[in-house]
Design a protein around this ligand. Structure first.
Ligand SMILES: Cc1cc2nc3c(=O)[nH]c(=O)nc-3n(C[C@H](O)[C@H](O)[C@H](O)COP(=O)(O)OP(=O)(O)OC[C@H]3O[C@@H](n4cnc5c(N)ncnc54)[C@H](O)[C@@H]3O)c2cc1C
Length: 494
């Protein structure tokens, strides 16, 4: 295993919310020509990795116990999240396990945490296995290309740089590439596997002409929707005293620092463009907004201009507020990842292409309008909740709250929550856009698989970490099946 950073970063360093996606997502994968990837099959792998600590969920057929990945709710919450799930109910959605039989509904978020602290894949999976004799981990190693014989078209090695020194490792059986949806396509293209017209222009000899880097999909959402409340019940940074709060976290594994990246509640709804069995909008609810840290950090992280911050959020700096981030679950727009140059240390060019298809923005506008209605539910009245109405300076030509206004707002603060998938698409041989086959083997090259979120043909309707882990679990079984044949039996799970 060769990794660019320390193993703590083996999955993206903030990953925490735990969602499986919708049953229809995986049934679609199978319908697209990928046998064995339907919901029933992948549910086995979701459950295999999971150790759900919530007794009422453990008993359902949709959750596992005893897996490497601990899943639970944050031990700390605000009254706002209770109101959020009740408001969903008031709007006609059940309060339910959104990872269960049906997805449309509201729930207090579950995350990959263990006793209040993040349970990354490094902590969950790698730590217990790190002393195995057949596992070698090279930290701080940057893979620059795969070595592939131009004659046999077989991958036989990996070139990487570590502490400034070039090293090569050769493989007896096969190589598994898991560098994620941005870097897996980058490494493939650097190695001669990719769109011929693109890589040959950069002077890279073409080994296999495949649509690597196409089909980029991501969840784009609306940031900055802010609701004010009259009671001191939200997260206002200045109100928290850093030392006692940190001690509560370190000593007791409790308190505000155990929140799941600030997100407390989740909801899945359908707009007029979707349907109940396959919601098209997800809500992330947080008991804070852009104003809650007095403009110290969040505005910079989101790249908000001084004019926008000073006009809209500064007047309410440090006031109690909460937010809903409506997120588009199944965008129609597709982006690309391409090489900037053939230098492996240059970042690739990512073109997310958000909203290229107008259906995407229309759906998200409907999601925004639903979020506003939800905030006006009876249950939120107890806190005096109301929408913050200072209009964005660049959207003033539209009436506040109109479709055009929300579109302008969404285009001004568009947010990704970093769910890129699809750039090494899995598909049958007849699919000219597929990069890997349903056993995750790269077309046209022997001894090489891609196993990460990049193989997903379409984006799952929910956060992508658990689906990426599912791909890892299933990929491991495919390898074992291929090498051990009939001698391999799938393990029983709890
Ligand atoms: C900030 C952030 C927050 C997120 N929060 C959530 C969340 O709450 N819930 C959720 O479900 N999902 C979340 N996600 C998404 C989730 O983390 C990803 O879907 C998931 O990690 C994808 O897994 P992967 O294995 O495909 O890629 P990654 O997890 O990105 O793993 C790729 C690995 O390859 C390594 N690598 C890349 N290039 C090279 C190279 N050239 N040489 C050597 N090593 C290399 C990287 O260092 C990395 O360790 C979040 C993502 C981000 C960025």
């Amino acid at each position: 295993m060769i990794t660019a950073y320390g193993v703590e970063y083996e999955d993206a360093d903030d990953t925490i919310l735990m969602l499986l996606g919708n049953k229809n997502d995986y049934d679609l994968w199978e319908k697209l020509g990928n046998p064995g990837w339907d919901y029933e099959n992948v549910l086995y792998y979701f459950k295999k990795s999971e150790d759900n600590r919530n007794p009422y969920l453990q008993k359902t057929p949709y959750h596992g116990t005893g897996g490497y990945l601990t899943v639970q709710e944050s031990p700390w919450r605000t009254p706002l999240v209770v109101a959020f799930v009740q408001a969903g109910n008031e709007m006609g959605y059940p309060i339910r396990d959104i990872n269960g039989a049906e997805q449309a509904g509201f729930m207090i978020a579950q995350g990959t945490i263990r006793r209040g602290q993040r349970c990354s894949t490094a902590k969950g999976f790698l730590r217990p296995a790190r002393l195995r004799r057949n596992l070698h981990i090279a930290l701080n190693a940057h893979v620059t290309r795969l070595l592939i014989s131009p004659h046999t078209k077989r991958a036989f090695g990996v070139e990487f740089y570590r502490h400034g020194r070039r090293q090569v490792i050769t493989a007896r059986r096969e190589i598994v590439l898991s560098a994620g949806s941005i870097n897996s396509p980058q490494i493939l293209m650097l190695s001669g596997i990719g769109p011929k017209e693109h890589i040959s222009k950069l002077g890279i000899p073409v080994i296999s002409d495949l649509r690597v880097g196409d089909n980029l999909q991501d969840h784009v959402g609306m940031g900055g929707l802010t609701f004010l409340v009259d009671k001191p019940i939200s997260i206002v940074q200045d109100r928290f005293e850093a030392f006692p709060m940190t001690m509560q976290y370190v000593m007791n594994e409790k308190g505000p620092m155990t929140t799941l990246g600030g997100v407390e509640g989740l909801g899945f709804i359908n707009t007029i463009y979707g349907n109940r069995s396959w919601p098209d909008i997800q809500f992330h609810m947080a008991p804070a907004s852009i104003n809650s840290d007095g403009g110290r950090k969040v505005r910079t992280v989101l790249g908000i201009t001084d004019n926008l911050y000073n006009t809209v959020y500064k007047p309410i700096a440090n006031r109690d507020a909460w937010t809903i981030m409506p997120l588009l679950l199944r965008p129609r727009s597709r982006g690309t990842v391409r090489l900037r140059t053939k230098n492996p240390f240059h970042y690739p060019i990512i073109d997310a292409n958000y909203f290229a298809d107008s259906f995407d923005i229309k759906t998200l506008v409907e999601g925004a309008k639903f979020a506003v209605k939800l905030s006006q539910s009876r249950v939120f009245k107890q806190f005096g909740s109301r929408i913050h109405t200072i209009p964005f300076p660049n959207c003033r030509n539209h009436t506040f709250g109109s479709d055009k206004y929300w579109e302008c707002h969404i285009r001004t603060i568009s947010m990704t929550i970093y769910h890129p998938v699809g750039t090494c698409k899995m598909g049958p041989e007849t699919d000219s856009t597929a990069v890997v086959d349903p056993r995750l083997r790269v077309y046209g090259v022997g001894g090489l698989r891609v196993i990460d979120a990049s193989i997903m043909p379409t984006i799952p309707s929910g956060n992508t970490n658990a689906p990426a882990i599912m791909v890892g679990e299933k990929g491991a079984d495919l390898i074992k099946e291929d090498w051990l044949g009939e001698n391999y039996r799938r393990s029983k799970i709890g």
